[in-house]
Structures are given as C-alpha cells and as structure tokens.
Design a protein around this ligand. Structure first.
Ligand code: ARG
Length: 563
C-alpha cells in the first residue's frame, strides 16, 4: 500500500487541489512522534481565509482516518500516523514476493536513454578518474533499467585525433616491440612522451605526425593497421578492468566511429549559416550565450573533439531516438558540453535539451603511499588489486577459516572502491584513504556487505520458516523504523534518477544497514521465546537482506553470503 498516496487521497476529499500537488506538499516529519507523514496547511490559508493551524484542526476532525492509527494536528501541520502493523505486513510481504525486482517499476517503459560513460583514451592509462565515470555511468544504467527505461550504454572511446599521428611517428622511431606486447599502455605512453620531448628539439616531427594522421584519415593501409593495433592492445587492457568491475557496454562507438560522419555535419552547420571564419579556423559563435566559440575545424582543416561530439549526438538521436542522452564526464568538461548543446540548439535541434552532462569531481589521495608506477597517475588496475589484497589481509585477521577467501576479497575489495566513488554527491572531490574505505564499520562498502552477510548468517541458522506469519508481532520502534526505510527504496531510486545521482541509493543503503544493526544490537532474532515473534523477525531479516542486495546491485556491487 502506498501510504503517501493514501494521505493525499484523504486530503483531496476536503480541498480543491490535484493529487500530485498534494503529494508534493506532503512531508516526512523529522521525528516519528510527529507521525509518518505531515501535510502543511499554509498554502490552504488563502483559499479558506483562515489561519493554517485552524485549518489543520478542522481537517483533523473531518478527515477519513481509516487505515491510519491516528491523525493529529500540531500547529499548522496535519500529522498522519500509519497503522503500523498493516504497514509492516504490506511492506514485508511485497518485498518477499517481488524479491530481486522489489523496487523496480515500469515508469520508463518505451523510453530510450543513452548513457555514455567510461570513454577512456586509447594508448593512455586507465586512471582513477576514469573509474568515477565508469562507476556512475554503470550505476545510472542499472538504476534507469530497473525503472523500465531502455538504456544504451556507450563507451565513447578517445580513439581518434592528431595524437594518433604522433603515436605512429613515435612508434616507427622508438618502439620496443617486446615491451609493447608485455605492457602495451606503458610502452605507448613512453613513446608518446618521448615524441613530445624530441619534438621540442626537432619541430619537423610535428609535420611528420600531421602527415601520418592525414594518411590515417585517408585510409592508408599502414597507418590504419598501426592505429588498429594500438586500439586493440589498449582495449585488451581496458577489458581487464571492466571484467574486474563487472561493467559492460552496448556500444563502443568512439571518436573514430564519427570520422566519416563529420563532413556532413560541418556542411549542415555551414548551410544553416552558423559556420564563421576565424583566423582560418571554422567556428560557431556563441558570445550571445557568454561562451567562447565552438571550434568546428582548425586552421589546418582538421576536425576536432567538438566536431566529433556534434556528429555523435546527431547520430545517437537518429539511431536511438533517445528520450535522454546522458554524458558522464568530469566537471572540467562542463563548458565543452554547454557549447555542444548550444550549437545543436542553434542548428535547430530541440532535443538538445534532452542532452545532459553529468559531471563529477576529482580524485585525491590521503595516503601518499598508494602504489604509483610512474608520475602521479594511479592506475586503476593497481588500485583495484591493492584493494583486494588489503581486504584479504583483513579477512585473514578476522575470519581466517572463511571459505573462498579470494573470491570474497575480490567482491568486498572492489565493492569498497566502487562504494567510495558513489558515496557522496558526485560533484564532490573524493579523498581516498584505505583505512576509511576498507573499514568494516563506518559508512563503507564493507560495512554494508558485512551487514548483509550478518543477516544471511541469521537466515542460515534459522532454516525454513513455514506457515502464516503474524507481522503484528513486530512492534518495537526499531522494527518500525527499519521497515519504513525498506518501504522507501523505490522512492530513493526515483530521486536518484531525478538528480542523476547514484549516491542517493548509496546513502539509502547505508541507512538501511544502520537501521538493521540498530535493531539487531537491541533485539534477538533467534533467541526469543515467542515462536511467532521469531518467525516474523526472521522474515524481516530476509526482507532486509533482499533490499540491501537490490540496492548494492544498482550500484554495481556484489554481495557475499559470508564474510
Ligand atoms: N575521452 C575523454 C577523456 O578521457 C572523455 C570523453 C567524453 N565524452 C564525450 N562525448 N566527449 O577525457
């Protein structure tokens, strides 16, 4: 039963407002002794020409209270207290019946959403910043799909551009084939850095690189083969990371995919009278929008990053007829996306409004000892491996006899890293700290996973529970608070979609874990005399585990049955 809706319906019987508006006004009181829902009467005072507290008092008398324990007025508020035992029964039965699909809906049915995430650059290391986009995008994909949207996950690889001319030059001069096979990204990075060093001494290298890129664009066999090799080698490395994370994509259409689709776009911009000559370059002026021009073609005629993004957006619209086109890309690129979306709008595409840039902060390290191989880029693979190793150490201390230790360490360690990325508002910077991240208590992935495993251990001991359950036995405040949270799962998912913010689900599952532990520290599940109470509590534990599992799943984190 949706109690909020019921509250709205009962109010509607007495006021002239539509249901949605009433629902929007309904608040959740800060303390449960003020009820479970509150309706503030301020906005009625104009219509009724009375003080809000008087209206609240009158409504209290008139309102149909069926299904509620009581309805009270407190100042300008009308407070609704749910009938706790039927609320608990309804909620737990629904969870246990719907299981893995509890919290899902069809609100997005028939709507396509493109979610672009990860999008690393070929021949460059996959660093810790790329996990931010990967984790957020993967989670948004799951969250949206759970609500019935049809998602298309796109990895917009950085696999095109003048840097590939440089890489080809560098390859032909300095590559160490053996190193390239063994540690491709390191070797590609090494020769790329060397190219820049050497080009400072000998600027003609730049011309050579431009020539190679031109040949690549023209489809010259040698250049294409080299480019393809760089790409294959890099992708193989990226795949290792995606496998560890359990992340997948529906499309790998990256920048190169648009190399043959840009001329048409440039032509279209020109035809629409938007292409302006600026010192030899071709640009779209955006000063009316207080933005620097969007560069479409450089003075040497080469297209750039922005041109490819314009082509990509149009392609996505034509191919997927998207309802929303989401870009999970770091906040430093906010201006770039504003320019792209505004240019699309100027081109007459109203759907530009459905293109959303989902930005995120920077990743910093509190612990300087974090392994870095070179410079200050922390490779993601190293980070994940270290997380798994450190988790294994913790398990060896806490529970050395655990079966499948390695498997558990992987899920917990990697889960801990993902959780850290998704824990706070995405715009906030992350400060990595192993101690915080891997702790079994505090607001961490391992804490939530541990709570789940704790519940599962109770369920294993309990065995099968048969017969009818008397949920009215669950009448402590801790039980009510926990079930209330479990009931709010879908609402938190919908909020996460509204704000494109997976951290809302992360915060939610932390609250569930806390409420469960609070209950569990005060009350026993298996050691109670009353058999009926015991059965009802076991069912509540089962439902809690289910909701934690469903939540973590939406974040891209696996659960472990024992830890
Ligand atoms: N490859 C870029 C980078 O690593 C991110 C690409 C973002 N997506 C886009 N459509 N421009 O910084």
């Amino acid at each position: 039963m949706d109690y909020k809706k019921l509250v709205a319906e009962r109010i509607k019987e007495h006021v002239d407002m539509d249901l949605e508006t009433i629902e929007r006004f309904i608040e959740i009181p800060p303390k449960s002794d003020m009820g479970d829902f509150a309706f503030p009467c301020f906005q009625l005072s104009k219509v009724f020409r009375k003080a809000p507290n008087i209206i609240a008092g009158e409504l209290k008398e008139k309102i149909n209270k069926e299904g509620f324990e009581k309805v009270e007025n407190l100042g300008p508020y009308l407070n609704f207290f749910m009938d706790k035992s039927s609320f608990i029964k309804d909620t737990l039965e629904k969870i246990l019946e719907e299981k893995d699909s509890y919290g899902s809906s069809f609100v997005g049915e028939g709507k396509n959403v493109v979610v672009e995430y990860s999008s690393p650059n070929i021949a460059k290391p996959f660093h810790v910043g790329h996990l931010f986009t990967t984790a957020i995008g993967n989670s948004l994909y799951k969250i949206l799909s759970f609500q019935g949207y049809h998602c298309i996950g796109v990895n917009h690889l950085g696999d095109w551009g003048t840097q590939f001319g440089k890489l080809i030059s560098a390859y032909k001069r300095w590559v160490d084939e053996e190193a390239l096979e063994k540690e491709p990204i390191n070797e590609l990075l090494r020769i790329y850095v060397k190219f820049h060093e050497e080009a400072e001494k000998d600027p003609s290298l730049e011309d050579e690189a431009r020539m190679h890129f031109k040949k690549l664009e023209d489809g010259s066999e040698e250049e294409v083969a080299l480019w393809k090799r760089f790409k294959d080698l890099s992708l193989k490395e990226f795949e290792k990371v995606y496998d560890m994370l359990g992340v997948k994509f529906d499309s790998y259409a990256g920048e190169s995919f648009y190399s043959d689709k840009m001329d048409a776009v440039v032509e279209e911009i020109d035809k629409k009278g938007l292409l302006i000559d600026s010192n030899g370059a071709k640009v779209v002026m955006l000063d009316e929008y207080n933005m620097p021009p969007c560069i479409i073609k450089k003075a040497d005629g080469a297209t750039i990053y922005a041109t490819r993004d314009l082509a990509a957006a149009i392609y996505r619209k034509n191919t997927y007829d998207f309802y929303k086109n989401i870009y999970v890309v770091g906040t430093p690129q906010a201006l770039h996306f504003k320019q792209i979306f505004t240019t699309l709008k100027l081109m007459g595409y109203d759907w530009a409004e459905n293109c959303k840039h989902v930005g995120f902060g920077l990743v910093k390290f509190a612990d300087k000892k974090l392994s870095t191989r070179k410079g200050d880029v922390v490779l993601l693979q190293d980070l994940l491996n270290e997380a798994v190793e450190k988790t294994l150490q913790v398990i060896n201390e806490k529970n050395p006899s655990l079966e499948n230790k390695e498997e558990a360490a992987k899920k917990i360690g990697i889960g801990a890293v993902i959780f850290t990325y998704l824990k706070n508002n995405r715009e906030r910077d992350i400060v990595f700290d192993w101690k915080d991240m891997l702790s079994f208590d505090g607001e961490t992935g391992p804490y939530v996973q541990y709570t789940y495993a704790r519940g599962k251990s109770v369920l294993r001991k309990a065995g099968n529970v048969e017969g009818k359950i008397d949920y009215s036995k669950l009448n402590t405040p801790e039980e009510f608070e926990l079930v209330k949270l479990l009931q709010g799962f879908q609402e938190s998912i919908l909020m996460a979609i509204d704000k494109l913010e997976p951290s809302i689900v992360t915060r939610y599952v932390i609250e569930v874990a806390k409420a469960f532990n609070k209950f569990y520290n005060l009350h026993s599940v298996l050691n109670v005399e009353d058999e009926e109470l015991k059965k009802a509590r076991i069912k509540m534990v089962e439902a809690t585990c289910q909701v934690i599992k469903n939540s973590l799943n939406l974040l891209g984190i696996d659960t472990v049955e024992k830890m």
